[in-house]
Design a protein around this ligand. Sequence first.
Ligand SMILES: [Zn+2]
Length: 67
Amino acid sequence: MSRKLIDCSQLPSEKQCTLTISGSEEEVLDLAVIHAILTHGQEDPHELRKQLRLLLQDAPEVKSATA
Ligand SMILES: [Zn+2]
């Protein structure tokens, strides 16, 4: 499964937030919604999920770093 990424610094917010979340699409959305509510005082999980889904990016492939 391809990994997705959300960069919270791209979200409209009064706080300077540098958090990035990566994982499967559902994992990222779940955590991002919780984060937005707890940290940014958002209140509408359904609306948040819609907005956050638009901001999902493909996460870069993680290369195994066996030297
Ligand atoms: Zn944030």
